[in-house]
Design a binder for this molecule. Structure first.
Ligand code: SER
Length: 340
């Protein structure tokens, strides 16, 4: 008899950390199966039914999971972020695309075996967009899901392609089989803006300058910011990102007309980050030393996103705007984290 469970890949990552805790708070009886290439902290392990230290590309591990569990939902968070994937493109493609394909197949097998849809929650990214230059970006304003989709990074291309794979598994999987399956993969993706957590430091991303500036200021370390003061991206706090995933997971399928949704909270420049961080940490030393090559990636991502589909279809609304995010969540929490 298989155990009914929820699978989280990349559970030790920035989103995974918060998601495990929020899910166990919300559903104390939940069985979470967590996978990560790195071991989870003891506190996180204690909240999981099983923790597997392993690679999402390991098909033997995936087969084993299929044999022992019935997953109602899969949160496939494991990924190589944009800067790292640009340094190691083939690795990025393997993990981001082949890893996702393996998990989608697991979900499809399970849907076939149990006759019940398996929800597949996928964090996509503003990296799926590709604007040609900063002038066009600033003119474009709030970008809609179906605009400016010429992604320029390996990570962005991977995310965009996985959205298409998800759409395929959702609507067209094995479409010429004479016997259609009774259940399918219910794929739902969110294109996240840059995420800022007070608890964890990001690794390998290109939107990391915001969180890095804040964590370094709180730790009393100088920071060289790799984009100019004017660089602007949409950002969001980690609690809002996790709310969004949970909210989208809970929305009845009949309410959803899309498989991919933008969500926004606030759009800010690196200078805006600097000002609010300097106010909280007057001793902070931040030098703007743009790395032209990484800056070009930021220039190709939208300054803001149009999230009206998410607002209309599943009631998306961020809890934190820029001022509240720093005043009520980020600054108090990072001060606490780095208190000596
Ligand atoms: N934050 C991610 C990155 O910078 C984008 O989704 O890679």
């Amino acid at each position: 008899m298989s155990t009914r469970a929820v699978l989280i890949t990349g559970a030790n990552g920035e989103i995974g950390h918060g998601l495990v805790s929020r899910l166990t708070e919300k559903h104390p009886d939940i069985h979470i199966v967590a996978i990560d290439v790195h071991p989870l902290s003891k506190a996180l392990q204690d909240q999981c039914h099983e923790v597997i230290v392993g690679d999402v590309l390991d098909s033997t591990m995936i087969d084993r999971l299929a044999a022992f569990y019935d997953f109602s939902s899969i949160y496939h968070l494991a990924a190589i972020l944009s800067t790292k994937a640009e340094r190691e493109p083939v690795l990025g493609h393997r993990v981001n695309v082949d890893g996702t394909l393996g998990l989608l197949e697991l979900a499809a097998r399970q849907a076939r075996a149990t006759g019940e849809n398996v929800k597949f929650l996928f964090p996509s990214s503003i990296a799926a967009y590709g604007l040609p230059d900063v002038a066009t970006k600033m003119r474009a304003g709030k970008v809609k899901e179906n605009e400016w989709l010429d992604a320029r990074t390996m990570y962005g291309i991977n995310k965009k392609y996985c959205e298409d794979l998800g759409r395929y598994y959702n609507w067209y999987y094995r479409q010429i089989d004479p016997q259609p399956t009774a259940a399918h993969v219910d794929f739902r993706a969110i294109r996240f803006p840059g995420l800022i957590s007070a608890i964890t430091m990001p690794t390998g991303g290109t939107s990391d300058y915001g969180p890095e500036m804040m964590h370094n200021a709180a730790a009393g370390k100088p920071y060289d910011c790799f984009v100019p003061e004017s660089a602007t991206l949409p950002f969001m706090t980690m609690p809002d990102a996790i709310n969004a995933l949970l909210q989208l997971e809970e929305t009845p399928a009949k309410n959803l007309t899309q498989v991919v949704y933008n969500i926004g909270a606030f759009s800010v420049s690196a200078r805006d980050f600097y000002d609010v961080i300097k106010e909280a940490f007057p001793e902070a030393v931040v030098n703007f030393k743009p790395d032209v090559l990484r800056q070009k990636i930021v220039d190709s991502w939208p300054a803001n996103v149009d999230d009206s589909w998410a607002r209309k279809e599943w009631g998306w609304q961020p809890e934190y705007d820029f001022v509240r995010a720093f005043r009520e969540y980020l600054i108090p929490a990072v001060k606490e984290r780095y208190r000596t």
